[in-house]
Design a binder for this molecule. Sequence first.
Ligand code: ATP
Length: 895
Amino acid sequence: MAEQGSPVDWHAIDPAGAFERLDSSDLGLSQAEAAMRLQRHGANALPQAPPEPAWRRFARQFRNTLIYVLIASGVISLLMGHRVDAGVIFGVVMINALVGFVQEGKASAALQAILGMTRTRSLVWRDGQLRTVDSSELVPGDLVSLQAGDKVPADLRLVQLKDLACDESMLTGESVAVRKHLAATAADAPLAEQHGMAFMGTLVTAGVARGLVCRTAAQTEIGRISELTRQATLADTPLQQQLARFARQLSILTLIIAVLTILVGNLLRGLALDDMVQAAIGIAVAAIPEGLPAIVTIALAIGVQRMARQRALVRRLPSVEVLGSVDVICSDKTGTLTANAMTARQCVTAVQLHHIEGEGYSPQGRIEPAADGALLAAARVALLCNDASLSQENGQWQLHGDPTEGALLVLARKALPQFGQVLEQWPRVEELPFESERRYMATLHRCDSEPTALLAVKGAPDRLMTCCETQFGANGPEPLDLACWQAELKRLGAEGMRVLALAERRLPADVHAEHGLVEQGLCLLALIGINDPPRPEAIDSIARCHQAGIRVKMITGDNPLTAAAIGAEMGLNVERVLTGAELDRLDSQGLDEAASAVDIFARTSPANKLQLVEALQRQGRVVAMTGDGVNDAPALRQANIGIAMGGKGTDAAREAGDMVLTDDNFATIAHAVAEGRTVYDNVVKSILYILPTSLAEATVIIFAILLGWTLPITPAQILWINMVTTVTLALALAFEPPEPGVMARPPRPAGQSLISAELAWRTLLVSVWAAGLVFWQFGDYLRHGASVELARAVAVNTLVMIEAVYLINCRFLDASVLTPAIFRRAGPMLGAIAGVVVLQLLYSYLPWSQQLFGLESLSAADWLRLTAVALSIFVVVELEKALRRWQAARPSARQ
Ligand code: ATP
């Protein structure tokens, strides 16, 4: 066998030569041989780029305007001889970088792990049987099956193909798909002309093929070009960008205020420059919410992890936020809304109606009335024109392949006990694979003992009926009674059954399979009614979505009657059903109207999906769209959230999606939306929580300067509050579970500012209230003869207690917290408050801390008093919420 690495021009060798050199056959390798080769050649995985070195990731944490301001403050403090302040400021800068460093590491590891879960799998022949293996286990000599939508898993020498075309733009930059053929090409042919090859990482856009793995991992073309696969990058989300902008503006504002403080204090009021600079630094460190960026990253990362646990893998971090504002979900039907557990229940031939018994994919079950000639002919087509296979594992029947085909295969095996003989007698020589645009699949078979070839066709009945001229009656072919078939189709559809038609055509033995041969002269054999029950959890989820103000639309390739019947069972609006053909006839205004008014679209093409997304987006909707096929990629990319199916979806769809559902289940989408809303809420809660502390501190200092007081809180103390207590408390908000009403309110309008006018007003109220209390406490202690150290210790602890109490208010944004629900999953909140109390006790009593921060011990009475003072914030905020709820409920407010 040719060794990997020796430069073999595989494209210049013909298929037979490739089999020989790779020591393989059309049965594929044996499992044992494959295992040996895997040892020799190693896994088929491209080498990973080394992760960013730790020091660089750490250094990157300092690239932030807020940090620059802090560093400048530290340097100035140092120059002016305030070594303690400078030390604390530098300490904070380091802690901040460390927190960012650790969090970013965790978030990127989580995302990397999630991408790992979406690894590709390949269909490969081993020991003459088709198996699914992880693409990393492919070895040279493996015989791989490809079909439209697949990502090519290694460099392959193609050995068999039908209409194969690949998008090789990632290798060649050429966006037009390349048609493939088997012939050998010149040894020096450029990559784009090596038509006998399929290259790793490229996408199959049409057709089917088999290819021999000839190069794996780093030896492949893509491996040689790039050597390295890209690491998952953590792109900033719109929210994070918005926050960064906010931070820059805040820094500038802070600098202006700080400079003004120095000028006003020193020049106008004649205060000592040294004191003024210290005050200015105090303002700078106070106004900057140091802990905010870390909290936002943590909230997003927690959201991603929670969704992954619920089987929704988010591939791009910004999607978490967008999910929260989705207001239309366009879902396909089969497998997402329905269980995709298909069982053929009825078989209508030109002779009679047969009922089929038996459960699941077990090929046992009676057919009533027993199979006659017409049914046997239909069963033969169902068997031959089929790529699925069944196996029995631990007594359970397992399906490999497409469930629709599985149902037909089971039917065929119930009707044809000697199915093995039929397969042997009629080997498949060519095929026209299923394409959602054509909605049928055909295979061509030749039998040694028969003079004619058999074209076996299965597909959507409305499509196939137009291609049929005859039907198979009791005495063989007879003229087609179209009206009768249509009535049967209608009946089966109205029962919510998925209906497939089976047809055949006899052809001269030497023909080749072509679409022209399928599209006329067929003999209709049967209509098969397949039962695909709705997923019960999807019915509940649709109801939840409706409650949450989200429209759910079904966009299916199935026929309108089945779509309407299933839609009605699912609780969708089925007043109007539009088909793809009807959509195509609408002008753009009509399309916009239909896109918003109609909820069931049937017999749609991938192009229709794209049109519908665009129409909905024109009306300002935020659209989530599911997709699984090769041609769904444009619609998935266009949608605000493209949702790819991890199970039945193609690699092409998975690459285009923002989110991948590992269970293909609609209910998972609804969970993800709730989670997206929760993440957004938690970020808003964190901001709402952190800002008033910063604002209150800055206000206290500015007022102290204006009144000519000593600072009630020193810069070092402020940094303690901002970095240690605020972050500890705010962290609890990042872990908040969804609020009880999270799916009972309408979606957040896209582009809405982070903090609404109402919340800004509350922030101001809390800031002023907290600043007032701290100021009053400080002044009152001084007035009663306390030392500055004691008064400051009281001021700091008052502010921290206010924060701890305010955390409880923040658990619910608008709703009252005076309900039993506040005790639900309150662990993080209680833990954070307990943690902060312990930290504050250490801060207040440890001798070195007292020295570092300039503090004096508090008495029990001091603690009681400051706790009572802090509790007032709870009352103020709950009153404000109640007032707002009352205002919103007034009849005049609703008009
Ligand atoms: P959804 O879009 O909700 O997943 P779907 O599976 O019906 O529904 P398509 O995959 O586009 O959508 O299939 C369209 C139609 O083509 C089906 O309704 C069925 O009649 C027919 N069809 C589906 N799979 C096959 C197949 N393997 N061979 C032949 N015909 C098929």
